[in-house]
Design a protein around this ligand. Structure first.
Ligand SMILES: *Cc1c(COP(=O)(O)O)cnc(C)c1O
Length: 386
């Protein structure tokens, strides 16, 4: 048995990625330009067309620009699951609106549609479902709720490429706007980066303007258009959220590999599930019937029969050289978000948080590494190695 430690994540960067970035560096064009235009086009094609893709420098930027384009402002409320990364809620505050935290469905770890409906007030403007760990939220039900109450949906799809709901790809599965992340440990990466997707041309146009200072022409257009590059207007106090061509060159290669990456992660998930079936664990929720899961994270929960608690389990795995993580400490427990949910009850997220652990799951993981994780989990929980 190897004693090498197993990291929680290692990116999968091949010679093609290195060559693509090198070519970009040699090209003389580093910021948003031809590679970014090509990455946006490839992303639209990846989703099967009929949407616009706007590249930005993070999913946080995509969420912020999406909410801005949907017209969210002071006095509005935006519904967010409590079990998510803080970015999902912080963008609501950027615009002076109120995040309204809602509990999850323990069977899916995604936002509970019944609780969404209960949280709607006359001020509610947007719902932000998070496709948690890569499992699609119940978009059919959420869309019906949104339509009934005249709300819009901004998908936080930071975990969810590739995934689909009832055969319809994420990005077109009932949301008005979808935000993807290419952060270093997401399912594909550009180091830092994100993509906003929408089928609405006016939303896309607003986002293109606001991602670069509110200027009515982007920098690439300014240098390729026959009009002089200094002829531009500023139509709004915009942001500085554009993606570099260096990052887009990397993204173009990673996107070509996204489906293979997803297939390989799903194979690793099947191996974990089979190896853990007799342990005192709740295994991660699979996709709903007819949906596709991107398997960004593999999250197990210790049951009451487990011989140790979650924190001790993490320490025991660490001693075996296995790195793990916890997704997430719910937002309602965080200092900044507590004041937004006084009196509210989040018993499902609290229970999941008390017993959940994310195990290493990444495309570059070797069989030997996965075997090490399996042996360590089995021996910590059962004293059994096989
Ligand atoms: C990673 C993540 C984000 C933020 O992505 P960035 O690209 O780092 O801004 C937002 N929401 C969720 C659920 C995430 O996991």
């Amino acid at each position: 048995m190897s004693t090498e430690s197993v990291p929680f994540f290692r990116p999968s960067i091949g010679e093609d990625e290195i060559a693509a970035v090198t070519e970009c560096l040699r090209s003389g064009w580093l910021t948003t330009g031809p590679k970014t235009a090509a990455f946006e086009k490839a992303f639209t094609d990846f989703l099967g067309g009929d949407v616009e893709a706007v590249a930005v420098n993070s999913a946080t930027a995509a969420l912020h620009l999406g909410l801005e384009a949907l017209g969210v402002g002071p006095g509005d409320e935006v519904i967010v699951p409590t079990l998510t990364f803080t970015a999902t809620a912080e963008v609501v505050r950027y615009l002076g609106a109120q995040p309204v935290l809602v509990d999850i469905d323990p069977a899916t770890l995604c936002i509970d549609p019944d609780r969404v409906e209960a949280a709607i007030t006359p001020r509610t403007k947007v719902l932000i479902p998070v496709h948690f760990a890569g499992r699609m939220s119940d978009m059919t039900t959420l869309r019906a709720i949104a339509d009934k109450h005249g709300l819009q949906i901004l998908d936080d799809a930071a975990h969810a490429l590739p995934a689909h709901h009832q055969g319809v790809t994420v990005g077109k599965a009932g949301a008005d706007v979808t935000a993807f992340s290419f952060y270093a440990n997401k399912t594909i990466t550009t180091g830092e980066g994100g993509m906003l997707v929408t089928a609405d041309p006016s939303t896309a146009a607003r986002v293109r303007t606001m991602r670069l200072h509110g200027i009515d022409r982007d920098v690439f257009n300014r240098f390729t258009d026959p009009r002089a590059s200094w002829v531009y207007d500023v139509v709004a106090p915009g942001f500085k959220y554009n993606l570099t061509d260096i990052a887009s060159a990397l993204g173009l290669v990673q996107l070509q590999r996204a489906n293979d990456f997803g297939r390989i992660r799903a194979e690793r998930v099947a191996r974990y599930d089979a190896a853990f079936s007799d342990l005192p664990l709740i295994l991660p929720p699979g996709p709903a019937d007819g949906d596709g899961h991107s398997w960004h994270l593999y999250i197990i929960q210790l049951t009451e029969d487990a011989p140790l608690n979650r924190d001790d389990f993490i320490l025991a795995l660490k001693e075996e050289g296995i790195s793990t993580s916890v997704h997430y400490r719910p937002l309602h427990l965080m200092t900044v978000w507590k004041p937004f949910c006084e009196g509210a009850c989040f018993e499902h997220a609290d229970l999941v948080f008390s017993r959940c652990v994310s195990l290493p799951l990444f495309m570059a993981m070797t069989d030997a590494e996965q075997n090490r994780v399996i042996e360590a989990v089995r021996s910590v929980l059962k004293g059994v190695t096989n």
